[in-house]
Design a protein around this ligand. Sequence first.
Ligand code: MLT
Length: 404
Amino acid sequence: MTVNQNFRKLQSSYLFATIGKKVREYQAANPGADIIRLGIGDVTRPLPAASIAAMHAAVDDMSRAETFVGYPTDYGLHFLEDAIQADYALRGVRIELDEIFLSDGAKSDTGNIGDIFGADNIVAVCDPIYPVYVDTNVMGGRAGELLPDGRWNRFVYLTCGEETEFAPALPDSRADLVYLCSPNNPTGTAMNRTQLQTWVDWANEQGSILLYDGAYEAFITEDLPRSIYEIPGARTCAIEFRSFSKTAGFTGVRAAYTVVPQELRADGAQVNALWSRRQATKFNGVSYITQKGAEATFTPAGRAQVRETIAYYLHNAGTIRRGLEAAGFRVWGGVNSPYIWLKAPHGLSSWAFFELLLHEFQIVGTPGAGFGPAGEGYFRLTGFGTAERTAEAVDRIRRRYGEL
Ligand code: MLT
């Protein structure tokens, strides 16, 4: 009897689970502590009213034999894919229905996509980056061994630093699968058309595949691409992941989608066919009720409600950004993203700053080092809290910044 040896290489706990545990321990030791949680990117606003109404109606559908739905795919239903297709069309992007794969989350899909690629591929990840890309490739046997500097010896690292406003530069060595996330988790910065075109041209030239995580596209406020497919050439080199989680408050409902263009080929195979085979075997689709809720986010009322929610979170992000800047912090993100990335003061390490904020200010954030070695010395806060608590958190920090 053996286990997948790759799991032994991982840290025993996932980043956000470690943080959750630390916060629970602190709360247990300090029951009266008034903790403000700006750590994990979990939403706080309720679902759009249009989604709630659609989901209630869908529950009623399930109560009658004539409108009952079992496996959604077996019923030939693709109303949500239709709505997604129409949404892409609004940006001038043509996506076929059989290129859209519904799922329960961008986390699942960015994690599972490795199933269809060989273990000998070279993976490139930004540093810092969402830990799921790294951990799932460790599980899949593509990481090699962990080096003393906290990096894996088979990965290509795209270090994203202040000099480039945290945008990744092209690798100077082979990279078969490249994870890109824009707007970026954790740094909150978004890539522009020129930057994305550079990546697409490079990937087509190299025969590499871009795994483009667009989970935060709804937060883009400036004139920037919302989809990799707005970039000419992307259909032959990119897979795009999107989610209703941060867009429409579905973190507790679960709905997302991944687009795999028909033209995308790897190792002589059609990638769309591989992903279709993988999903048909391991996944039974998104519940009918959930799909109805997600579809409603594309109606005029749903769109307006989503815009309102996004504006609410962006307002919070602005509150944090401006407040911390005024207090003397160096801050990035928070404009096209719910995330604010800041430099820990006085050369503190990410985890030292985490402990200080928790113990002295009762504020929870995410240590930058949890997103990779290049995140050391940085820290992430989110705009996903309530407006009142966000303002209170900024106030706590500003009032006592001198004590830091
Ligand atoms: C985060 O805080 O980075 C996100 O909540 C992670 C996720 O969406 O899985």
